[in-house]
Write a protein that binds this ligand. Sequence first.
Ligand code: NAD
Length: 479
Amino acid sequence: MNQNKPFNEPSFRQSVDLMFNRAVALMDLPPGLEEKIRVCNATYTVRFGVRLRGQIVTLTGYRSVHSEHMEPVKGGIRYAPSVNQDEVEALAALMTYKCALVEAPFGGSKGGLCIDPRDYEEHELELITRRFAYELAKRDLIHPSQNVPAPDMGTGEREMAWIADQYNRMNTTDINGRACVTGKPLNAGGIHGRVEATGRGVQYALREFFRDKRDMEMAGMTGKLDGKKVVVQGLGNVGYHAAKFLSEEDGSKIVGVIERDGAIVNDAGIDVDGLRDWIAGHGGVEGSPFGTFVPDGASVLEHECDILIPAALEGVINLANAARIKAPLIIEAANGPVTAGADQILREKGCVIIPDMYANAGGVTVSYFEWVKNLSHIRFGRMQRRQEEARHQLVVDELERLSDHLGDAWTMTPDFKSKYLRGADELELVRSGLDDTMRIAYQSMREVWHAREDVTDLRTAAYLVSIDKVAQSYRAKGI
Ligand code: NAD
């Protein structure tokens, strides 16, 4: 993607540091603490061999721990050929700020393995994943109370199940072994709603943005999510769920989807599920019947739309294209899609950016719920659900008894009755907890954004809120 980047821009990690420095300059932290929060504590590099197709292949992986002000530390594991130490450290730093912002009680970490998963068969990926997990687990870099990975680009439920199983084989008496990793399938200790969580969080974030007129005015927008034109880059886990929920539940129109091989544009709206199935069957968007194919996919970032959702890679909006971006609102579903230089250009143009550390925090939020579920060894709602239903039944019975005396005007609609009677299951509880988290975190950024004259953008507001929380943890520890 960075072929579109002729300018000499700072690396991803430097870009995160620049944004951090901009925010911290507005704070009054004790000397030295600022540096302590900014730096990455440690990065472990591992090179390991796996026997594949009759020969030994050496692979390189990383696990970086940015901040241990709270433990365990948390952050996904990425499989991509472009994985490198700089990227993993930038992503680990973002995890620290993200967890603080949404009040998930974790420090920040991230891992990566330098492979293209599409080059391997499933059983080969299992061998590779188990070996990588072994290398990390034996150094407590996978551990329920020390370091808890999750999925990221190129990994999903399947890899998390292999990691959990590998850890449990190595720690047969650890009763909390399942909590060593999140994003697992349900039958391996996962939680309802984790797969959709990051995309769902993007939807909840946008809903909160559109609840406040002042925020819309900052972007020169009016109205609601209904009818808004959206361009999404990356129809993977995050991009697909965000696009699906926004189009199916909020009436937004997906007018562009950018993938590896190009983009599809259609101002009448793209069938998100149809295109996702097409990609699964054909390996790309080209030839699909859902709109016009544009071979230079990145150019569609500049397409006319209301909301741009980069949900693939970092650095895709950079000095080379920032001035041509037309969307008044960008929500960073991916980590680091806007470089520090592009951020400045966009801010000066009046574009509002909902920053990554907040926008994609839905994943870690539901991972937190999964971790708690694993440690408590019980599904959410199992104790309360039927009791809740029984109490609601009492109210309904009483209202029906009264309505016998008061006549037809008091009759309950069957729809209300069935909805009211049903106790919340795990998925509903997870969505409710996620919605609450996304709203509260947004409100904490909004407050700073509108209250302080020296804070002119949501990213700086997000950093101020989260750095303050991390600083408080350090102070409480006596550092
Ligand atoms: P994924 O692997 O499921 O999907 C990535 C998608 O991007 C794929 O469809 C891929 O084909 C596409 N893509 C890859 N290169 C591209 C390119 N050059 N141009 C256009 N599209 C391209 O990954 P994901 O889990 O959806 O993660 C996407 C982003 O979201 C990453 O930045 C990740 O760090 C971030 N994120 C993910 C989660 C999560 O829960 N999965 C949580 C927080 C943040």
